[in-house]
Design a protein around this ligand. Structure first.
Ligand SMILES: NC(=O)c1ccc[n+]([C@@H]2O[C@H](COP(=O)([O-])OP(=O)(O)OC[C@H]3O[C@@H](n4cnc5c(N)ncnc54)[C@H](OP(=O)(O)O)[C@@H]3O)[C@@H](O)[C@H]2O)c1
Length: 253
């Protein structure tokens, strides 16, 4: 099995939820894990867990929606480490509500984080990846890209855009050894879904946060994807379901 040992892995949204669980799992291989959230302090718990298993960790704070900040961050990583082997665009946010209640600026803020965030990071990181002709990029999209729902316009449309962007970039990269993946973790019990279901409309929904899978489950598939970067899944929509992918990632026999 491929390993992340000595790889330079940049992970956004590392402070909690699926990102924090993935950082802990990936740490077992011994990579250099570069943990990002809006503030460096927010990654303290994840960083301590990563270092406890002997991996090297750094913690950085910046907003992925800020293109200039993303470029300063990526340039600094490439200067100090010489490369980025794996870039995981996991940071995400949502804003629930009817169009009548979600002002344009709030709608745009979701697109800035969920769409422009990954774009900013990829735009900054690609030159160094292309120069080495190596690298893996994983974008956290969502089955919500295909499942529109009441009050979900900002989130669903952002994930649909990110999925489409990822698939287009796959074609851009086809003549290179840089691989890009769209990864949908499935319904997972994290702060994000807890916030959604704090809304009384969603409390009546069929699923509640405690019916979500634990973050360790998608984290295991994400780690497998980062390790193996399977050629036949590049540019595909990789979903955590009860299927061939979850078996290959070791979730089921
Ligand atoms: N949970 C699910 O059921 C589910 C399903 C499908 C897809 N997803 C996707 O999976 C990813 C992880 O979700 P999650 O449930 O683990 O979310 P979460 O628990 O809410 O965590 C979100 C992470 O993103 C970071 N973040 C948010 N806005 C940011 C910004 N502007 N700049 C930098 N970092 C930012 C947060 O860090 P700070 O707040 O500390 O800055 C936090 O580490 C997201 O892309 C989400 O859309 C989740």
């Amino acid at each position: 099995m491929a390993s992340l040992k000595d790889k330079v892995v940049v992970l956004t949204g590392a402070s909690r939820g699926i990102g924090a669980a993935a950082a802990r799992l990936m740490a077992e291989d011994g990579p250099t894990l570069i943990l990002c959230a809006r503030s460096a302090e927010a990654n303290a718990e994840t960083r301590a867990a990563v270092e406890a298993v002997g991996a090297t960790a750094e913690s950085h704070g910046f907003d992925v929606s800020d293109a200039a900040a993303a470029k300063v961050f990526i340039d600094d990583v490439v200067t100090r480490h010489g490369r980025i082997d794996v870039l995981i665009n996991n940071a995400g946010s949502g804003k629930m509500g009817s169009v009548a209640d979600v002002p344009p600026d709030d709608y745009l803020a979701v697109q800035r984080v969920n769409v422009m965030g990954p774009y900013n990071m990829i735009y900054a990181a690609l030159p160094a990846m292309l120069e080495r002709d190596a690298g893996t990029i994983i974008n956290l999209t969502s089955a919500r890209a295909f499942i529109p729902d009441r009050f979900y316009a900002a989130y669903c449309s952002s994930k649909a855009a990110l999925l489409s962007m990822t698939q287009c970039l796959h074609f851009d990269l086809q003549d290179t050894n840089v691989k890009i993946f769209a990864f949908s973790p499935g319904f997972t019990e994290t702060d994000m879904v807890r916030e959604i279901y704090a809304n009384k409309v969603f409390r009546q929904a069929a699923l509640t946060p405690d019916q979500g899978q634990p973050p360790e489950r998608p984290a295991k598939v994400m780690t497998w994807l980062a390790r193996e970067a399977p050629n036949n899944l590049a540019g595909e929509h990789v979903q955590v379901q009860f299927n061939d992918i979850s078996r290959r990632a070791g979730l089921e026999d």
